[in-house]
Design a protein around this ligand. Structure first.
Ligand code: ADE
Length: 230
């Protein structure tokens, strides 16, 4: 998979992919991630990427031209309709649809992903209208830019690429994959300052342990995320 990030802060991503599962996935050639400076696609002397909003108002808006030019040079297409199958153009914005594990799994089968990181007051809406295939929000809060959201999306997705996790089954057993939160985990010591790990986990009775895990997943989901059970 090829991942291209379009940002005015490419340095933000400098070491972001140098750790853990993402680093291994890159090293194994499962994914190639590059961060590009949006200013490289400006044609004026001062490399201006933003301008005042039509109609007035606070702040600045990202101009369409550099973004369309960037996506054209990275994908060969400058309209959503002419984007090759397998290429997706994401705009990270608080106006997007909610990013979930299901969206991560859907994106993980792409050949190439472009992530456009917005900034300031927003991005000229013609980008969302004519270029972007998926406008995505990572949650109902406003970040100062799309960069942290791009990191979140890439991390959640790359770990789903076949071969990225140590064992092929580990992604199937974790939170959200069955619509529930993952069950609690414990390790040694069995007694930490009088707080004991559940005895059933120490018995070696696999059927009982599986039952305990199902029940505690359900309890934890009820307590922390009742919305998942509706
Ligand atoms: N940019 C600013 N806020 C955002 C959010 N919640 N999700 C994605 N991109 C954003």
């Amino acid at each position: 998979m090829q991942i291209d990030i379009i940002t005015i802060f490419p340095e933000y991503f400098r070491e972001a992919f140098d750790f853990g599962i993402i680093r291994r996935a890159c090293a194994a050639g499962l994914v190639n991630i590059r961060a590009h400076d949006l200013r490289a696609w400006t044609s004026d002397k001062h490399h201006v990427v933003d301008d005042r909003p039509f109609g007035g108002g606070d702040g600045m808006v990202f101009k369409p031209e550099p973004i369309f030019a960037a996506v054209k040079s990275l994908t060969g297409a400058s309209r959503r309709e002419s984007m090759a199958a397998g290429k997706r153009v994401l705009l990270l914005s608080p106006q997007g649809r909610q990013f979930t594990q299901a969206v991560a799994a859907d994106l993980a089968v792409s050949e190439q992903l472009i992530l456009i990181c917005g900034r300031y007051e927003g991005v000229d809406e013609r980008v969302a209208d004519a270029l972007v295939t998926d406008e995505i929000s990572i949650g109902d809060y406003v970040l100062s830019g799309g960069e942290p959201a791009a990191l979140v999306v890439i991390d959640a997705m790359v770990r789903l690429l076949p071969g990225a996790l140590g064992s092929e089954t580990s992604a199937a057993n974790e939170s959200f994959s069955a619509g529930l939160l993952d069950c609690p985990q414990y390790t040694r010591p069995p007694d930490f300052e009088g707080i004991r790990a559940p005895e059933v986990l120490l018995t070696g009775n696999h059927a009982e342990i599986a039952r305990w895990r199902r029940e505690s997943s359900m309890e934890k989901t009820k307590r922390n995320r009742p919305d998942l059970l509706k």
